[in-house]
Write a protein that binds this ligand. Structure first.
Ligand code: ADP
Ligand code: MG
Length: 710
């Protein structure tokens, strides 16, 4: 790998030196390249800045001007206010920072300041900044304040303020831009076809745009690069996975598939048929299947998975279905057993709470190949679990597993000696893998997190479903909600009442749910049977309660989010969710999917105290039942950083420049290019790919390791 001067310490750049280099660490800047990648967080010029004379009370605005006087004002209530008078060509305004007297030491007369905030009225117009930066010191670069140049605001610290960063870029940017040319990996033709600038142009527009909009072109280029290298690693993982050992060529005999198909009281949806074709084609091919199945709640994923399982069984292989919780595994087992009853195919259940004796019996039958289908939890990936001929692994509820576990899944012994964590087949074959998501996630997020997988989307619900009506209520309306429940039960229905649960701390929240349960069963619904379900109950107890609810022996099931997935009780027509604001939208969608599964008109009632933001969020949720739309809203509201979890590594966010809500088209093209390159030149041996290879093995080494392709 060629040495780039960009990899050298930032200290040796002009105007930096050891002392500032040390201070730059706080901004995660260690090398010259880090400095180049230190991108402004906003851009202002004459088009974004309001002349002081035009500021009106109530406006949100950016202002820029020179400090002509300043001081700290005490108020009667003891609050100290720092005030500065700011002047531009058009006029003057008082800028107030209540409670921040220390700014008096930071801001000097003659400093030029850029501030964003609102105009208020206190003895006249006043500007109250939310944010501000010192554009230039009285004695420094006066021409930087030319209103026609774009002023860039960098993330800064007290020790390395704006004007210092600006100075560093003024002295070094040209040199850095020259150096970054060596990183260019996109051939001109491809780059132009993508409508992207060169790397060097991109960084120029980001640090020294002639217009704020120009910086967006640079951002798109860096976003493309992020997607590209991520997809490249994933394409490598995919390639190695498929080439390392050939997959199984499953052979369809229809021995089981046809009878199941014929036993269904309905037709497959168009989406199910399409996705099944994709899966069957993958399974029949000698390539190993690694597919991600996405679909809304109730879209019929389980049935699709079952057909895949039957194809494996027809080909004389075993199939495993893995779920993230015992409850869900139990539900799956029940469902599969019911559907497979006419076919006389046994389904075993392997979870942590299966007694030792039964467990060893199951293990033995799996090892000897007598058991074709097993459903389970993590218990399936214990060291001592061996299959005679494991052909297919279906993983449900992907997002709960995290990458590491999924990577462990389906790996042969040779890959991870003694590491355990793989349902291992005695034969050399490696199973096909089908991953199912519980909740739809936006396509861009799916492609980013699981780029090495192929994606199948079930985007059609079976016909004849009455959409669940979602109502939003304040806690004060609880009694009415209870009357609604009472009426529904009178009509023969059942209800869920769900309480939130902070993950990992179930113990803390349990008293709340328990107390509510007592209140509900004793005072609110004395004539009804109320059940309590939570994660700390023993598995058999959970199963007993669920069975009782399913059989109509329980009218109202009070529950923590353990019912989030899997429970299928068509007679339940009302779900009340307490503290709805504490749930993510996708989680709410998942919960809501538990009702409306039968013919009854169904309701989901969200109870939440008012609070503008959370109420708005819940209103979005109430307005649609389309899971993909909800997922996109969730992504937009929560931000992508929140969603990456296990994929984050070190201090770097997975994506700094790319925005999954806006850049899907870019992502698709990056993915296409990455896969094309890896398919043609998996070793990146072609000199044309030297720059790609260098970056991949340098900056992305950690990621290569994470995806096990290093
Ligand atoms: P998911 O796992 O995607 O949430 P399921 O596979 O549990 O959905 O299916 C939900 C319900 O819809 C089940 O009761 C299932 O039997 C039924 N179902 C599945 N496919 C169809 C279809 N094509 N037409 C009608 N009902 C279907
Ligand atoms: Mg195959």
């Amino acid at each position: 790998m060629g040495y780039s001067r960009l990899d050298g310490p930032v200290q040796f750049l002009k105007g930096v030196g050891p002392k500032r280099a040390d201070l730059l660490k706080k901004l995660s800047i260690g090398t010259a390249r880090d400095l180049l990648y230190h991108i402004p967080r906003r851009y202002d010029n004459i088009s974004t800045i309001t002349p002081i004379s035009s500021l009106e009370v109530g406006m949100e605005a950016s202002v820029r001007g020179e400090v002509v006087s300043k001081g700290v004002l005490p108020t009667r209530k003891g609050l100290k206010i720092f005030q500065a008078v700011l002047r531009d060509d058009s006029g003057m305004i008082t800028v107030s920072w209540p409670g921040r007297p220390w700014l008096d030491r930071k801001i000097r007369e003659g400093d030029r300041i850029l501030a964003q905030g609102s105009v208020k009225f206190y003895h006249g117009r006043q500007f109250h900044p939310r944010e501000f930066t010192i554009v230039s010191r009285a004695s420094h670069d006066a021409e930087a304040d030319d209103p026609n140049t774009v002023f860039v605001s960098y993330p800064s610290t007290d020790a390395i303020p704006q004007w210092v960063l600006r100075g560093m870029f003024e002295k070094n940017l040209d040199f850095l831009l020259e150096q970054i040319d060596d990183d260019e990996y996109l051939p001109e033709g491809i780059r132009k076809a993508l409508g992207l600038p060169t790397l060097s142009e991109a960084f120029r527009t980001l640090h020294r745009p002639t217009h704020p909009e120009e910086a967006e072109e640079g951002r798109r280029r860096l976003a493309f690069d992020e997607f590209f290298y991520l997809q490249l690693v994933q394409a490598l993982a995919r390639h190695r996975d498929q080439e390392a050992e050939p997959g199984i060529e499953f052979l369809r005999t229809n021995e089981h598939i046809r009878p199941l198909h014929e036993s269904l009281p309905f037709e497959l949806t168009g989406a199910q048929a399409r996705v099944l074709r994709e899966i069957f084609a993958d399974m029949a091919s000698p390539r190993r299947m690694n597919r991600f199945l996405q679909g809304d709640v109730g879209a019929g994923k389980t049935l699709v998975a079952l057909f895949a399982i039957l194809l494996a069984v027809e080909s004389d292989r075993q199939a495993a279905l893995m779920a993230p919780t015992e409850l869900l595994a139990e539900q799956h087992a029940l469902k599969l057993r019911a559907m497979l009853e006419p076919l006389e195919l046994p389904v075993a259940l392997l979870t942590g709470s299966v007694p030792t004796r039964a467990r060893s019996e199951i293990l033995e039958s799996l090892r000897e190949g007598r058991l074709p289908i097993v459903v389970g939890t993590h218990a399936l990936i214990q060291d001592d679990v061996r299959f005679a001929r494991l052909g297919l692994v279906v993983v449900d509820e992907q997002h709960r597993f995290g990458v590491r576990q999924r990577m462990a899944l389906g790996e042969g012994e040779d890959d991870a000696p003694g590491a355990g964590g793989s349902p291992t087949s005695e034969s050399r074959e490696r199973p096909d893998v089908l991953v199912m998501s519980a909740t739809p996630i936006p396509r861009s997020l799916a492609l980013t997190l699981y780029g090495e997988l192929d994606l199948s989307i079930l985007d059609e619900l079976p016909p004849g479903r009455t959409p669940v009506r979602t109502l939003l209520r304040r806690p004060s309306a609880r009694d009415e909600v209870y009357s609604g429940i009472e009426r529904a039960i009178e009509e023969g229905g059942q209800a869920y009442i769900v309480y939130p649960l902070v993950e990992e701390s179930e113990e803390l929240d349990l008293p709340a749910a328990t107390a509510e349960y007592e209140r509900l069963s004793g005072e609110v619904f004395p004539g009804r049977t109320v059940g309590l379900l939570h994660g700390r109950l023993p598995a058999d107890e959970k199963e007993r309660i669920m069975a009782a609810f399913r059989d109509g022996e329980i009218d109202i099931l009070v529950s923590t989010t353990v019912i989030e997935v899997g429970i299928d009780v068509p007679n339940a027509s009302i779900m009340v969710i307490e503290h709805a604001e504490r749930f993510g939208l996708s989680q709410l969608h998942q919960l809501r999917g538990r009702v409306g599964r039968g013919s009854r008109e169904s309701y989901c009632v969200l109870i939440s105290p008012s609070g503008k933001e959370s109420w708005e969020r819940l209103e979005i949720f109430a307005s649609t039942t389309d899971g993909f739309e909800i997922a996109r809203a969730d992504l937009r509201l929560r931000g992508q950083g929140d969603l990456f979890g296990a994929q984050q590594h070190g201090r770097d966010p997975l994506l700094r420049f790319a925005d999954l809500t806006r850049d899907e088209a870019l992502l698709l093209r990056a993915r296409e290019l990455a896969r094309r390159i890896i398919d043609a030149d998996p070793e990146l041996a072609d000199p044309e790919h030297a720059a790609v290879k260098a970056r991949l093995e340098g900056e992305h080494a950690e990621r290569l390791r994470m995806w096990k392709v290093g």
